[in-house]
Design a protein around this ligand. Structure first.
Ligand code: FAD
Length: 425
C-alpha cells in the first residue's frame, strides 16, 4: 500500500516550473500553487499581466491533489438551514455560486483542452439512517422550489437501482456534479498558465511579507526576493509562512482517503451502476467515487487528527472498516493507496475572499473547494482588476475562530461532539 495520493501518483509530471532564482518584479505574485492560485495565474496571464506563482512544495500537491475527486454543485451545509440563517435570497446566491463554479471548471477544461477524465455523473447524497431520509426529503422540497429544478429524491425502495448496498435509506440526487482526475487537472492548469506566460516556482515557500505601500509588497521566498504590485494569498489552511491572520480564521481539519485495487466491471455495475459521486448524511460520514481506472476511492474524516504517514495509516484502517460495513463483499479487496490532507474549515463553512492589509485572498472552502477554488481563481482576477462585485463572498465578515491560534489541538473534542451527534440523530 502506498501512503501517497492516488491523484499525485498517477498524474503527469509538471516540468515547466521556472528555473533559477526568484527575483525582479511582477504585476501579480500568487502565493500558493493549488487550484485557487493556478486558476488565478492562468486567468491573469491570459489577460496579459505578468504573473509569478510561489509554491512551497510541488504544484497542486496539498488539498488540490489530495481530495476526494468530487466537483459538485450545492453549498457545504443544508440549504434550508443556510436560508434560515442568512435569508433566502442570499442562500440562493451562494447556491448559484457553486453552479457557476462547476461551470467554470468545465469551461477551463474545455477551453484549455485539459485531459483530465472530466465526466458529469451527478452527486448522490445517501441517507445513512431512516430518519435522515425525512431531512433529505425536506431539503429536496426547498431546493426544488427555490433554486434547483433538476434535483431528484430517490425513495428507499428505488435505492437498489442506484447503489449495491443495503446500508442506505434513500437519497438526494443533484445531477450537475462532475468528476475528474485531480492530478491531471492540476498539472493541466499549471501548464496552461505557463503557456500564457506565468512563471511558476516550486520549492519557493514565502517566509516574509513586507508592505511597500497600498497593494505593493516585497516577498521573501526560499528561492529569492520579488516585488509585486498585487499579491494573492491562495494558501488554503497552510501553517507555513507569515499568514497568522488567515490561520486564526480557519480550523485545519484532517480528512483521509483509501483507494482499492481496480474492481471488475461486474463489481462496479453491481455496486455503483451510475458511477456517481456519493456522500453519506452523517456528520462524520464518507464520500466515495470510482476512479478513471476503476478503483473505489473511499474517504472520510475517519479520525479527528492531522495528516501524516503514521496517522494516515491508522485512519486508513478506520476507513476500511467503514467500507466493509456498507459493502461487505469488498471487505477483503486490496487497498493500494492511503493518504490524508487538511481541509480549511471556517466557522460557518462558507468560503472567504477579499482583501486584508492590501493582500488579496481566497480560501476557507470547507471541504467543498475543488470547484470553488478553481472558480475563485478566476473571480479574484476580476476583483483585482477592480470588479469587487464579482466576489460572491464579499459581504461576509471574517472573525477569528474563538480561542484558535491556527493549531489543531481542539480536533479530538470536535470529533467527540460530532460522533455523539451521529449516534443520537
Ligand atoms: C482529503 C481531502 C478531501 C477533499 N475532498 C474534496 C472533494 O471531494 N470535493 C471538493 O470540492 N473539495 C474537496 N476537498 C477540498 C479541496 O480539495 C480544496 O478546497 C481545494 O483544493 C483548495 O485549493 P487551494 O488552492 O485553495 O488550496 P491548496 O490546494 O491547499 O493549495 C494551497 C497551496 O499553497 C501552498 N502554500 C502554503 N503556504 C505557502 C507559503 N507560505 N508559500 C508558498 N506556498 C504556500 C501549499 O503548498 C499548497 O500547494 C478535499 C480536501 C481534502 C484535504
Amino acid at each position: 500500500m502506498k501512503l501517497d495520493s492516488y491523484w499525485l501518483d498517477t498524474a503527469p509530471v509538471f516540468s515547466e516550473g521556472a528555473e533559477g532564482p526568484v527575483d525582479g518584479r511582477a504585476d501579480v505574485v500568487v502565493i500558493g500553487g493549488g487550484f485557487t492560485g493556478l486558476s488565478a495565474a492562468l486567468e491573469l496571464a491570459t489577460r496579459g499581466a505578468s504573473v509569478t506563482v510561489l509554491e512551497a512544495g510541488r504544484i497542486a500537491s496539498e488539498a488540490s491533489g489530495r481530495n476526494g475527486g468530487q466537483c459538485n454543485t450545492g453549498v457545504a451545509q443544508d440549504f434550508a438551514s443556510l436560508a434560515a440563517r442568512v435569508g433566502l435570497e442570499q442562500a440562493r446566491g451562494f447556491y448559484r455560486a457553486y453552479e457557476s463554479a462547476v461551470a467554470s471548471v468545465e469551461s477551463i477544461v474545455t477551453s484549455h483542452q485539459i485531459d483530465c477524465d472530466f465526466v458529469r455523473t451527478g452527486k448522490l447524497k445517501l441517507a445513512a439512517k431512516p430518519k435522515h431520509f425525512e431531512k433529505l426529503a425536506r431539503t429536496y422540497e426547498v431546493l426544488r422550489r427555490e433554486v434547483d429544478r433538476q434535483v431528484e429524491l430517490i425513495p428507499p425502495e428505488r435505492m437498489r437501482s442506484e447503489i449495491g448496498s443495503d446500508g442506505f435509506h434513500g437519497g438526494l440526487l443533484q445531477r450537475n456534479g462532475v468528476q475528474m482526475h485531480m492530478g491531471k487537472f492540476g498539472v493541466g492548469l499549471a501548464k496552461a498558465a505557463t503557456r500564457h506566460g506565468a512563471r511558476i516556482f516550486e520549492g519557493a515557500a514565502v517566509t516574509q511579507l513586507k508592505r511597500i505601500d497600498g497593494e505593493r509588497y516585497e516577498l521573501t521566498s526560499a528561492r529569492g526576493v520579488i516585488k509585486a504590485d498585487q499579491v494573492l494569498v491562495a494558501t488554503g489552511p497552510s501553517r507555513l509562512g507569515p499568514l497568522q491572520w488567515f490561520q486564526q480564521r480557519m480550523a485545519p481539519v484532517g480528512s483521509f482517503i483509501v483507494v482499492t485495487e481496480p474492481l471488475s466491471k461486474q463489481q462496479l455495475d453491481a455496486f455503483f451502476p451510475h458511477r456517481r459521486s456519493y456522500v453519506t448524511s452523517l456528520n462524520i460520514g464518507n464520500y466515495f467515487r470510482v476512479t478513471p481506472d476503476n478503483r473505489l476511492l473511499w474517504g472520510g474524516r475517519a479520525r479527528f487528527a492531522m495528516s501524516n504517514p503514521r496517522s494516515d495509516e491508522k485512519s486508513g484502517n478506520v476507513l476500511r472498516k467503514g467500507l466493509a460495513k456498507y459493502f461487505p463483499e469488498l471487505a477483503t479487496t486490496r487497498i493500494d493507496y492511503c493518504w490524508g490532507g487538511l481541509i480549511d474549515i471556517t466557522v460557518d463553512r462558507l468560503p472567504r475572499a477579499g482583501q486584508h492589509e492590501g493582500l488579496y485572498y481566497s480560501m476557507g472552502y470547507s471541504g467543498h473547494g475543488v470547484q470553488m477554488s478553481t472558480h475563485m481563481g478566476r473571480v479574484m482576477a476580476d476583483v483585482m482588476s477592480g470588479s469587487d462585485h464579482a466576489n460572491p463572498w464579499r459581504m461576509l465578515s471574517w472573525p477569528a475562530v474563538p480561542g484558535h491560534a491556527g493549531r489543531a489541538w481542539t480536533l479530538p473534542l470536535v470529533g467527540a461532539y460530532y460522533r455523539m451527534q451521529d449516534l443520537l440523530f
